[in-house]
Write a protein that binds this ligand. Structure first.
Ligand SMILES: N[C@@H](CCC(=O)N[C@@H](CS)C(=O)NCC(=O)O)C(=O)O
Length: 254
């Protein structure tokens, strides 16, 4: 049996299959791609995933993409602790949260992340080199995202909409986590892995909205996930300042 995972930082999309594999105890070969160096658009990776997006997993020769679908595959294909609850209603809630994160809230976190981290990390490079790198991106929508991140040209309306969604999303998370221990059910599940990957740095990135006084349930949940050995192991694979933000969760509750 062989599993290779092409990933960037344990964050947003890459962190989902990374954490699911580690939680299941599946040994895998880590193939780190430096997103800021455009490794994901190099021919050797495009031969694996022609879309040029990360992550991708190769299990016994089968290529899998789409981080949330990959997590479900990991949960079903390998032994180890179940990452989906047993009951139909709980499974529905887990999937509801994953869809909400992937389609509605995650893209807003991502827009903010690209504007404050990805864009500033690369924009001082040679403009011609950057232009050539963008020209090699297969998906037109990713070319647009890169251009906006580099030029800092996210419109006011786009940023305002992202801020609105983040505030609303934090409120929904806080309320859901006030009703049960974990996001989708009373057991740790893929919904928690999904939510943690987008939200682990909330107390740093949104200190006025996510903190011990205003959102004690979110803070309890983030700290509980970070305390898991699998999460520690996964975040130790991070190489940039982005992943190291997780250390905010080592702080004691205020
Ligand atoms: N829906 C895909 C999205 C994958 C995706 O867009 N990943 C980002 C990183 S979080 C990426 O590869 N960006 C590279 C680029 O745009 O060049 C998934 O969940 O796997």
């Amino acid at each position: 049996m062989s599993v290779a995972l092409y990933h960037w930082e344990p964050n947003a999309n890459s962190g989902k299959p990374m954490l699911a594999l580690v939680e299941k105890g599946v040994a895998f070969e880590s193939r780190y791609l430096d997103l800021l160096n455009f490794d994901q658009h190099k021919p050797e990776y495009l031969a694996v995933n022609p879309q040029g997006t990360i992550p991708a997993m190769v299990h016994d020769g089968r290529v899998l993409t789409e981080s949330t679908a990959m997590m479900e595959y990991v949960d079903e294909a390998f032994d180890g602790p179940a990452l989906m609850p047993a009951g139909a209603a709980d499974r529905w809630r887990v999937r509801w949260w994953m869809k909400f994160m992937d389609q509605w809230l995650g893209p807003s976190f991502s827009m903010v992340g690209w504007s404050v981290f990805v864009g500033p990390s690369v924009r001082q490079r040679d403009p011609e080199e950057l232009d050539a790198a963008i020209g090699r991106i297969p998906l037109p929508e990713r070319r647009v995202a890169w251009r906006k991140a580099i030029s800092g040209n996210f419109s006011e309306a786009e940023m305002a909409e992202s801020k609105r969604r983040i505030a609303l999303g934090i409120d929904l998370l806080e309320r859901a986590l006030g009703e049960r221990e974990w996001l989708g059910s009373d057991v740790y599940s893929l919904a928690d892995i999904n939510g943690f990957n987008s939200g682990y740095a909330l107390p740093l990135s949104q200190p006025g909205l996510a903190n011990d006084a205003l959102t004690p349930n979110i803070m309890r949940w983030l700290r509980a996930i970070y305390a898991r050995p699998a999460t520690r192991q996964t975040w130790a694979m991070g190489r940039t300042q982005m992943a190291s933000r997780v250390s905010i969760l080592e702080s004691e509750p205020a």
